[in-house]
Write a protein that binds this ligand. Structure first.
Ligand code: BES
Ligand code: ZN
Ligand code: ZN
Length: 491
């Protein structure tokens, strides 16, 4: 849960603790909002040093002690021309963490760069989201002593659009915490059944806006989703296929958007067992599934007029007597036979069945899958971009735009048919691994076989972008991307 209470205010004089003001750097001077400039000029009258020390360089901070409010923090925003949404996200999150480190519990902060005529609603949304994102910590098992309890967002004026953007930001921030908490939960608690239970709760709490359907292991086998069943066979906790459907009366699309998220609750590698260092953190291998569930929840809370379905195949990839084995040949939901080259390439197997099922059942307008799929993608792009592949230029462009806008950035890799040659098999229709190289691309080629080349489809590999290595915690990548993408899709 988001700890901070958020409020949109116009009167800075009510702030008792800390007022945060942003300044651009301009021709050797600083340039702030009307309020900021007034306060800065007043204070610097008596202190030439402040004027000398604080130049408004990006990230620069000067804390001044006063009487009411007790403190004022000047924050440098850099040059106005460089102050893009990315800079806004960065500085909002930096400031929130800086204030928390001071041990202060509540503060008022300007919408940075709010020069009245410039204040656009999206700036308010971005700032609300980013400061909350920066403050997040996984606290289910260890509470931190320093917490921000309240943030007041100071605006020079309020319009219905600004109010709406503020509420959207608040909803997204809350759900980002929800998604990250789900992912960070250890695997012995966040089992496939628990993930399914969470999806049920999301549906229940949506007030009938979201319908949920859970297929259990027996039903999966019965319908021929043998890949999900095979991957999940050694798990003490059996696999499921979760479907969440949001279909508001005023939906604008005749065919649904379908999100499919990988829900591996723990990935040991199976019989092709991982090493100690690569197994660490594999309780977050359901990050794609969590993003899909979180996106449906958020979209329903925002009442978007779009028909959207979320599917999450969920299983544990473990080792037991029943484990599926290298060399096994398994018939997928769509009838294709799959040779198992490596049991650690399990994500693409469960997604394959889920995507084939989604294609048949929903005939999607667009299918997007999201998965912590390959170490190769993490090698290629690190943590700052998710890998993107897809079959539809129009949607590829749109998702890149949503990435830039939301901060969940994506980078396209080539879905060239040459790579697909590698996943051929001598004994089955397909093999679940390629050669040593371009692992992120061969994985995507494999997935495309589930739905065919005609289906408009985007694939997001978040093996790197889904988790921050230094703290080993989830980023919740995908939630903000999807919300932005769908907001842009509304006509
Ligand atoms: N869950 C992993 C991918 C992963 C790696 C996620 C690092 C997050 C961080 C996936 O199931 C996997 O093990 N992929 C294998 C595929 C290989 C056997 C073809 C990999 O990338 O090594
Ligand atoms: Zn694996
Ligand atoms: Zn995995």
């Amino acid at each position: 849960m988001v700890k901070q209470k958020l409020e949109l205010v116009r009167n800075w004089q009510e702030e008792k603790e800390l007022l945060v003001l942003g300044f651009f750097e301009k021709d050797g001077e600083v340039s702030g909002t009307e309020l900021g400039q007034r306060i800065f000029n007043n204070l610097t009258l008596g202190s030439a040093n402040l004027r000398k020390d604080f130049q408004g360089k990006f990230g620069q901070k000067s804390l001044i002690y006063k009487v009411s409010p007790k403190r004022i923090l000047f924050v440098g925003l850099g040059k106005a021309k460089d102050f893009n949404p990315e800079a806004r996200r960065e500085i909002s999150s930096q400031v929130a963490c800086y204030v928390r480190n001071l041990g202060i519990k509540s503060y008022s902060v300007e919408v940075f760069g709010d020069f009245s005529d410039l204040l656009c609603p999206s700036a308010v949304k971005t700032q609300v989201e980013s400061q909350a994102a920066g403050l997040y910590r996984f606290e289910s098992y260890k509470k931190s002593d320093k917490n921000i309890e309240e943030i007041k967002i100071l605006v020079s004026f309020v319009t219905p659009e600004i109010e709406k953007a503020f509420c959207e930001g608040e909803i997204v921030a809350k759900n980002l915490y929800f998604v990250r908490d789900l992912i960070n939960e250890p695997a012995s608690k966040m089992t496939p059944a628990m993930l399914a239970e969470t999806a049920k709760e999301v549906a229940q709490q949506s007030g009938r806006k979201i319908q949920v359907k859970i297929l259990d292991n027996w039903e999966l086998k019965e319908m021929g989703a043998n890949l999900i069943a095979a991957v999940g066979r050694a798990g003490f906790h059996p696999p499921y296929l979760i479907t969440l459907e949001y279909k508001p009366e005023n939906h604008q699309n005749a065919k649904p958007y379908v999100l499919v998220g990988k829900g591996i609750c723990f990935d040991s590698g199976g019989l092709d067992i991982k090493t100690e260092s690569s197994m660490a953190g594999m309780h977050t291998d359901m990050a794609g599934g969590a993003a899909a569930i979180g996106a449906l929840k958020t979209i329903a809370e925002l009442d978007l007029p779009l028909w959207i379905v979320g599917l999450v195949p969920t299983a544990e990839n473990l080792i037991a007597e029943g484990s599926y084995k290298p060399g096994d040949i398994i018939k997928a939901y769509n009838g294709k036979t799959i040779e198992i080259g490596n049991t650690d390439a399990e994500g693409r197997l469960i997604l394959f069945d889920a995507m084939a099922y989604a294609k048949e059942k929903f005939n999607p307008y667009l299918m997007i899958d999201i998965a912590t799929l390959t170490g190769a993608c993490k090698v290629a792009l690190g943590e700052h971009y998710a890998g993107l592949l897809g079959s539809d230029r129009k949607f590829l462009k749109k998702i890149k735009e949503a990435g830039e806008e939301s901060g969940d950035k994506v980078w396209e890799l080539p879905l060239d048919k040459k790579y697909a040659e590698e996943i051929g098999s001598e004994v089955a229709d397909l093999k679940n691994i390629g050669s040593h190289w371009a692992g992120a691309i061969t994985a995507a080629c494999f997935l495309q076989e589930a739905i065919g080349k005609e289906q408009p489809w985007l694939h997001l590999d978040i093996a790197g972008a889904g988790r921050m290595e230094i703290i080993g915690q989830a980023t919740g990548f995908g939630l903000r991307l999807f919300v932005q993408f769908f907001l842009n899709e509304i006509k």
